[in-house]
Write a protein that binds this ligand. Structure first.
Ligand code: NAD
Ligand code: IPM
Ligand code: MN
Length: 348
């Protein structure tokens, strides 16, 4: 197609700040390809909830479904903000989008750029992707509480894992591994304790592996995976894991590869039955919001993932190259959010 019908959800805190820079870069990258970028901006998030009481109205969800892709900033209030119930926006808006639009592949690449400092003394060459399941696991809100507020309260949070859900994300991870140089997949779970879900994941990996004889695979319990993420992160190529383990591992992965300001992600519906959504891994960062301090690189790299998904690989590679060139010039000096966006856009 020669046009992109893009939905933009800037959100809260630093969300609008980093999205402005991602759009600056995206607009320039697609214009160079002769592609028209049509944008529809949606007001959603914690601030919007405070003003209207709305999280994600059905009509807005229906409208979003008609777009080619969604560029998302970040949502959420400051942890201590008592004006808004904790997590309501995260669950009723962000997770509702991921579930309703069937974003079963939560793709989170991690790469250590040559000049970016890692907190690790010996990081090695880090270049892996996490394929995090995006629609199931402990995230589905399958639980409840009995005798709430009493000393006898019982709270449950039951992880949901379906054969269909596990198989489709595992197959996607094998496909991605097969397309990479090292062709190696690591399943991360905890089947020594979480026996039912753990064994479903383990059996599924073993079954799907027979379709991909060129891909080697191994297994780590999630606790051990955090050790290796710090002591030997270059061992990883493709990690496939459950929704919650993937959430935790990808913040750690971002930290060891130079910070959350660089970590991009895609919430992808590989069957293309609904638009996919691309967003930085980070949140609304209330501690630095409004100060022009946020690093927009994660949002800019998320826009590159968006272009890849829509089939504009050449434009995506150009954005990545511009980011790498910018990152290689960084000397630790402070630059404003818009200065980083301008510099990356200028390199396109
Ligand atoms: P956070 O990711 O917002 O911030 C964690 C730390 O990283 C903060 O010190 C912040 O200043 C820093 N940071 C984050 N992004 C940065 C950037 N681009 N440049 C420089 N520094 C950056 O996590 P949190 O504080 O746990 O969450 C804040 C709010 O965001 C909460 O309401 C949470 O639920 C929400 N949240 C939303 C998303 C999302 O929208 N996808 C993701 C994570 C958290
Ligand atoms: C992320 C965030 C979300 C998640 C929250 C805000 C629901 O932490 O995108 O990593 O847990 O998936
Ligand atoms: Mn997270």
């Amino acid at each position: 197609a020669s046009s992109i019908d893009l939905a933009v959800i800037p959100g809260d805190g630093i969300g609008p700040e980093v999205i402005a820079e991602a759009l600056k870069v995206l607009e320039k990258a697609v214009a160079a390809e002769g592609v028209e970028l049509k944008q529809t901006h949606y007001k959603l998030g914690a601030e919007h909830w405070l003003a209207t009481g709305e999280t994600l109205p059905d009509a807005v969800l229906a409208d979003l479904r008609t777009r080619d892709a969604i560029l998302f900033g970040a949502v959420g209030a400051a942890p201590g903000d008592t004006r808004i119930p904790s997590g309501i926006i995260e669950r009723e808006m962000l997770l509702k989008l991921r579930f309703s639009l069937d974003h079963y592949v939560n793709l989170r690449p991690s790469k250590l750029y040559r000049t970016v400092g890692s907190p690790l003394a010996n990081p090695g060459a880090i270049d892996f992707i996490v394929v995090r399941e995006g629609t199931e696991g402990p995230y589905v809100g399958n639980g409840g509480t009995l005798r709430a507020g009493t000393p006898h309260e019982v709270a449950t949070e039951v992880s949901l894992n379906t054969a269909h859900g596990v198989e489709r994300v595992v197959r996607d991870a094998f496909r991605r591994a097969s397309a990479r140089e090292r062709k190696h997949l690591t399943l991360v779970h905890k089947h020594n304790v979480l026996v039912f879900a753990g064994h479903l994941w383990k059996r599924t990996v073993e079954a799907v592996a027979t379709e991909f004889p060129e891909v080697t695979h191994d297994y780590l319990h999630v606790d051990a995976a955090t050790i290796f993420m710090v002591t030997d992160p270059s061992r990883f190529d493709v990690i496939v894991t459950d929704n919650l383990f993937g959430d935790i591992l990808t913040d750690l992965a971002a930290a060891v590869t130079g910070g959350i300001g660089l970590a991009a992600s895609g919430n992808i519906n590989m069957d293309r039955t609904a638009p996919s959504m691309f967003e930085p891994v980070h949140g609304s960062a209330p501690d630095i919001a409004g100060q022009g301090k946020a690093d927009p690189t994660a949002a800019i790299l998320s826009a590159a993932l968006l272009l890849d998904h829509l089939g504009y690989a050449a434009a995506a590679r150009k954005i990545e190259a511009a980011v790498v060139a910018d990152v290689e010039k960084r000397d630790g000096g402070a630059r404003s959010t818009s200065a980083v966006g301008d510099a990356i856009a200028a390199r396109l």
